[in-house]
Design a protein around this ligand. Structure first.
Ligand code: GLU
Length: 298
């Protein structure tokens, strides 16, 4: 049992091509590089007047903030250092329109609680990682998009019978990432839950598998990825109970960059790249591609 738990937990953290468990166990499914679209890099990029893009041109590459432990969305292969997933594809298609091919992108992992500071300090040029657009965050950063809409859900152990929705959380140990909207929602609307905060959701999932917490709460798109990796142990309970529109975070004052990213998203949604990217990444967790949401320019 102990070995199985350790192995499952490891699968969540690693980019999965490692065989784990019994000899002959097939590797967990992940984005296959051959099925990923490539995006035409603009030779005369339209964006002018963006201090962020000007600085990136001077440096020679873009620095993009992302997540590294969210299967099918943003995941880093610990051996190769390569990032993959739907958010990573979104980051790349936008970069292509700004004139930067994949060889001119450096991804940097930034946890949920540190995104605003990273954008404000210029640690990243933009951020693509399950980042909900909301008015509080808009006071600190800009948002292009949305490019996807998720909803908060609950991940439980497969045989859990006491949790079917947020109304069941009183007295339960509930884990989420500090600084995230799901964490804040539990704190404010379900104060009887025993809320535990970690830097990452993968740490919460490890604690769920080993029985230290009763449920992990965050966006359903993220939870689907964890459940799909270990379907014998984990499942999603109940229905989504919030709306989480995902935006690309930008430095607040760089409105030229925000507008250029909105244009890029609209173009790639229209030309089919968005759907191809979804099908090759998040679609592998079993949910068919939705229609992308309307871009909200502000
Ligand atoms: N979308 C939510 C948020 O931005 C949860 C996912 C995350 O922490 O990245 O807070």
């Amino acid at each position: 049992m102990r070995r199985f738990v350790t192995c499952s937990a490891l699968l969540l953290l690693l980019a999965a091509p490692l065989g784990c468990g019994k000899p002959g166990t097939p590797p967990a499914k992940g984005p296959q590089p051959s099925s990923l679209p490539s995006y035409q890099v603009a030779t005369a990029p339209a964006v002018t007047g963006s201090p962020t893009v000007d600085a990136a041109r001077g440096r020679g590459h873009l620095v993009i903030g992302a997540k590294e432990d969210q299967p099918y969305l943003g995941q880093k292969d610990p051996a190769s250092g390569v990032y993959s997933g739907f958010d990573i594809e979104i980051a790349k298609m936008v970069a292509a329109d700004l004139g930067f091919g994949p060889d001119r992108i450096e991804f940097k992992t930034i946890a949920s609680a540190n995104r605003e500071t990273a954008l404000q300090n210029g640690q990243v040029d933009y951020y693509v990682g399950t980042y909900t657009i909301n008015d509080n965050r808009k006071k600190l950063v800009g948002f292009a998009g949305p490019y996807f809409v998720a909803g908060q859900g609950l991940l439980v152990r497969k045989h859990e019978s006491g949790i079917t929705g947020p109304q069941d959380l009183a007295g339960k140990k509930v884990c989420s990432a500090a600084g995230s909207t799901p964490y804040q929602r539990i704190q404010q609307q379900y104060p009887k839950a025993k809320l535990v905060g970690y830097d990452t959701y993968s740490a919460c999932v490890d604690n769920l598998i080993t029985g230290q917490v009763d449920t992990v709460t965050t966006d359903n798109a993220i939870l689907q990825g964890y459940a799909a990796k270990v379907p014998d142990e984990l499942r999603i309970a109940g229905q989504p109970f919030s709306t989480e529109p995902y935006g690309i975070g930008t430095p607040k004052s760089d409105t030229a960059l925000r507008g250029a990213i909105d244009d890029a998203l609209a173009r790639h949604e229209q030309n089919g790249d968005w759907k191809k990217a979804y099908d090759a990444t998040l679609g592998l967790s079993g949910v068919p591609a939705p229609t992308p949401p309307a871009i909200q320019r502000y």
